[in-house]
Design a protein around this ligand. Structure first.
Ligand code: SF4
Length: 89
């Protein structure tokens, strides 16, 4: 259910798409490929309220986190991984 920003309008309440107020992305969204820029603001192309997506943990739509369908970008740091492994013993 991608947000179609061609329907976006600026209102007193903020940017709306099909009557839904779009809230700007949050810090954790930076780097996500779903970010759309509109009228100088950054919005999520998949979810109107990015802050809510991050409240309960990582956003499940994010393209830049480990749980996202990997593009091979998020590599595990070997040093950190071995430290973690050592701790677990
Ligand atoms: S998909 Fe998730 S992480 Fe990406 S911009 Fe939207 S809310 Fe942010």
């Amino acid at each position: 259910m991608a947000v179609d920003f061609s329907n976006a309008v600026k209102t007193d309440e903020g940017v709306q798409v099909n009557g839904v107020v779009m809230q700007q992305i949050v810090e954790q969204c930076e780097g996500c490929e779903r970010i759309k820029e509109f009228e100088g603001g950054k919005y999520c192309g998949s979810y109107p309220q990015p802050a809510v997506k991050w409240k309960l943990g990582s956003c499940n739509f994010a393209t830049h986190t480990k749980s996202a369908p990997a593009k091979g970008k998020a590599k595990v740091n070997p040093l950190k991984a071995s430290k973690r492994a050592a701790k677990g013993r």
